[in-house]
Design a protein around this ligand. Structure first.
Ligand SMILES: Nc1ncnc2c1ncn2[C@@H]1O[C@H](COP(=O)(O)OP(=O)(O)OP(=O)(O)O)[C@@H](O)[C@H]1O
Length: 358
């Protein structure tokens, strides 16, 4: 069995960041009835690890198994990283701000699909709609019109449960036209209240869908919540990229690490021949990722299905979990989780990675 474990290590060790196999906390190999069961423990959700290996890597494992069946399961143990600045976040392990410099680039659509993709990768996920002026998560998650129940002497809100996530949004609390007239400090106050007065419970990740831009809300979040990392959603257009750059610079200024860039509406694949059209330009997201030395975590196509699914309150990742689009979202979510973790390791002392042969 130790030979097989060595073969597993040989396969996963050289795998680059892109396929997320370069690190795991532990490996367990057992054989029952002619099947070799491999359990890999990662420090971030990575359930789809096996699907992300390429054919050559898989073949190396089959070869090492010498004709036996191989089953690989990836589990994760989250490393708790947050300081306990807000009691409501005491059991939340990571807060991730999903942000964009420019409006309308698909940040909310990306945030909900990422949250659901992280869940499919094995994480427990909460979602906060911090887009105070234009909350869209209730509609996108099919729970519009619901109101959080109150608890703890009516001081705390119980978030809405939907698609396996817990969610809170100003959209559950006030009519849409009320929020649009709030001044900056008022909106920032509402965000603080949503963070502080919601029973978030246990979560590996609290994904925060930020409003576009670099204003009061972004600064408030960085000040009151221990934000683990920000991810920047952009389209490849020059104007969106210019604003995305401002977003990256702002987070870096307030000491929030940027885990990477996600390019949305990256290309359009022809439904007849599959040809990719780069309607808004090519490789823009990669260029700013390179400029700021952060990874490009993923690139989502412009696809009518993505828009239709969130309009129906049933995001693509859950509406069509076996589709290529859902796979791209899961790969992007796992890459994000990996880079959030990696950034934390670079800031703290390196963790001991135990892959000893025992
Ligand atoms: N990859 C995509 N393919 C097709 N349509 C998309 C895609 N991403 C987002 N959309 C659509 O684009 C529109 C804007 O998306 P969304 O509301 O997520 O953007 P946003 O950046 O959060 O906007 P805002 O700045 O208003 O907060 C929506 O109608 C959404 O359905």
């Amino acid at each position: 069995m130790s030979d097989f474990k060595a073969a597993v290590l040989q396969v996963i060790e050289p795998v680059t960041q892109v396929t997320l196999g370069s690190l795991c906390l532990d490996i367990n190999v057992q054989e029952t009835a002619g099947t070799i069961h491999v359990t890999l423990i990662f420090p971030f959700p990575n359930k789809g690890f096996w699907q992300r290996l390429d054919d050559v890597q898989k073949q190396r494992l089959y070869d090492a198994a010498a004709g036996k069946q191989v089953e690989v399961e990836a589990q994760h143990e989250s490393v708790a990283t947050l300081g306990e600045r807000l009691p409501s976040l005491a059991k939340v392990k990571n807060v991730i701000a999903v942000s964009s410099g420019k409006g309308g680039v698909g940040k909310s659509t990306t945030a909900v699909n990422l949250a659901l993709a992280l869940q499919q990768e094995g994480a427990k996920v909460a979602l906060l709609d911090a887009d105070i002026y234009g909350p869209s998560l209730p509609l996108m998650l099919g729970c519009e019109g619901q109101t959080p129940a109150l608890a703890d002497g009516e001081k705390m809100m119980i978030p809405i449960s939907t698609h396996g996530l817990v969610v809170n949004s100003v959209g559950f609390l006030v009519a849409a036209d009320t929020a649009t007239v709030w001044r900056g400090p008022m909106a920032a106050g509402v965000l603080q209240q949503l963070l502080r007065d919601t029973i978030w419970g246990e979560a590996d990740y609290l994904i925060v869908d930020m409003p576009p831009g670099t204003g009061d809300i972004q600064l408030t979040l960085a000040q009151v919540a221990p934000v683990s990392a920000a991810v920047i959603v952009t389209t490849p257009q020059t104007i969106a990229l210019a604003d995305a750059v401002k977003g990256i610079a702002m987070f870096q200024k307030v000491d929030v690490p940027v885990a990477g860039v996600i390019e949305n509406m990256s290309f359009h694949a022809c439904s007849n021949c599959g040809h990719h059209d780069y309607l808004f330009g090519k490789d823009g997201g990669k260029r700013i990722a390179d400029l700021y030395d952060v990874p490009l975590l993923g690139a989502l196509p412009l696809d009518r299905q993505i828009g239709d699914d969130v309009d129906d309150g049933n995001p693509t990742v859950v509406a069509e979990p076996d589709s290529l689009l859902a796979t791209i979202y899961r790969d992007t979510a796992a890459a994000m989780a990996y880079h959030v973790w990696l950034g934390q390791q670079q800031q703290a002392d390196p963790v001991a990675i135990d892959i000893s042969d025992d």
